[in-house]
Design a protein around this ligand. Sequence first.
Ligand code: HPA
Length: 256
Amino acid sequence: MSVALRAAVGDLAPRVLVTLGSGLGGLADEVADATSLDFGDIGLPGPTVPGHAGRLIAGTLAGVPVLVQQGRVHLYEGVPGRDVAACVRAAAEVGVRTFLVTNAAGGLRTEQHPGDLLLIADHLNLTGTNPLVGSATFVDMAAAYDPDLRAHAHAAAGDAGERLTEGVYAGLLGPAYETPAEVRMLRALGADAVGMSTVLEVIAARAAGLRVIGFSLITNVHREGGTPTDHAEVLEAGATAGPRLAAVVRALLPRL
Ligand code: HPA
């Protein structure tokens, strides 16, 4: 247990950990009565990618006591799976009960468009590792993305004037984007979106007994015959569509 995190949380009793993916960073500025902590200050491994902040912000968002995670550690940085999920474990230790996770992802379906919002119904952990390695924790993953919370998310999206499509998120190691053959493989496996985060964090969250709700912001769509994937375009699409997902998150938080 991090003494610094416990002190920063004070009497807040945060209910939800909100992890912000690319494009959603702006939500961190909306946290009221905020105490901002660098990962390093609370004993958590920080991102090694230049320009990626690693911060945990305690405060209230949409009137709900929360911890907001800005910046995350990715497996492709070369860290163990356990480190990728360190923030989730720390949040659980200070009493958080729900994990609201967001990410930027590539779309795998022909009917998708950049800017679509996908509600994660299930995942494929294709990273080749697991945050519970070494612990012999056999966690049930049958309803990892909570069906009741998904119903709340659809209602919140309606209030925010948005529509969510449910789908399966495939989490890969990265950092290379997918080849056309890998895209065909992922479709054949039943994936609707692909990214380089989330799955390990969600496994750790379920192991800690947290309820999980997850969103993918579709920043690019893999088309038949191969589509070049450009990191700058991924970031730009995230920045453009991010405020729409932020509106859904704001509408959803009070329902959690
Ligand atoms: N592949 C993997 N990760 C991603 C993508 C993608 O196409 N888009 C955004 N993150």
